[in-house]
Design a binder for this molecule. Structure first.
Ligand SMILES: [Zn+2]
Length: 289
């Protein structure tokens, strides 16, 4: 009797396992977005991008005042501003924006070339077009969105990085929002945007850090090599900025990176020197050697 029951139990278990396997196979066949997420998340386990600390003795440093950066051959932009509900934009903040190629979309000037390159790559690799649904918003526009949508999905004015013009909500024909991941364009953007200066700003499983659910359509310009490091390390922008120790220098892929405070900063010598405020009282210096 006991033997019979055991046999019955084993058969039921086998049936359940088979049923689960068939359901998973059907789901996978019908849902390219799920297939992408599983493949992408597993792929990340083998990826990393290590920042190497560099001693300042090995660098040729020049001290510069922030208001004299441009005279000293540096580009001052807004690419690395950390904006969230803990780091609000300063009162009277003015985004450095420009319309992207007569598209009607206004984006931060520093992201123009990078977005053009990303769009071209999407077209070349997938045959699909990448469009901007929402980009720069004024504080008043952000307040209107909050009033319409409520605080579950919309950010309060001052805490939305759309007000910097660095955040872009993108889509392709027939695929927007969460559905963006079902398209080849969406999958390309989500796996490759780090190579083009963009990050998925609100990644999967990172709500605890960002306060925001996964948004595969919301890309954020941070520039190279930061986008590559953040993507490969599977970090949030919050974790990346906080991980840069004030006053230290790091090397990655032919670049020197440093986060500093004060009006007088030390900039390493290099072919391309960029400085951006971090919106946390400091500056992030990026120098291409
Ligand atoms: Zn957005």
């Amino acid at each position: 009797m006991i033997f019979k029951r055991k046999k019955l139990f084993c058969r039921a278990l086998l049936l359940l396992v088979l049923l689960a396997a068939v359901t998973a196979a059907v789901l996978f066949a019908l849902r390219p977005d799920l297939r992408f997420i599983v493949k992408h998340e597993f792929g990340r386990l083998s990826e990393s991008a290590e920042l190497i600390r560099v001693s300042e003795k090995n660098l040729n440093l020049e001290s510069m005042y922030i208001d004299e950066l441009e005279q000293n051959g540096c580009i001052l932009n807004q690419s690395l501003m950390l904006v969230n509900s803990d780091n609000l934009l300063p009162e009277g903040f003015s985004a450095d924006t420009q319309e992207y190629k007569s598209s009607g979309a206004v984006i931060n000037r520093c992201a123009l070339n990078a977005f053009e390159k990303l769009s071209e790559a999407v077209r070349d690799e997938t045959g699909q077009n990448l469009y901007i649904m929402s980009s720069f918003r004024t504080a008043a526009e952000q307040e209107d969105i909050l009033a319409q949508e409520g605080s579950d999905t919309a950010m309060a004015a001052g805490s939305s990085e759309h007000q910097t013009g660095l955040a872009l909500d993108v889509y392709t024909d027939g695929f927007a929002g969460m559905g963006f991941l079902k398209s080849d364009a969406g999958q390309f953007v989500n796996s490759e945007c780090g190579e083009y200066g963009f990050i998925i700003r609100y990644p999967l499983f990172k709500k605890k850090v960002t306060g925001i659910e996964y948004e595969p359509w919301h890309i954020r310009y941070v520039g190279l090599p930061h986008s590559e490091i953040i993507s490969l390390e599977h970090e949030t922008f919050e974790e990346y900025v906080e991980g840069l120790e004030i006053g230290k220098f790091y090397e990655y892929g032919g670049y020197i990176i440093s986060r500093q405070q004060g009006e007088l900063i030390r900039v390493p010598d290099g072919s391309e020197k960029t400085v951006s405020g971090d919106n946390c009282g400091g500056w992030i210096i990026t120098v291409k050697k």
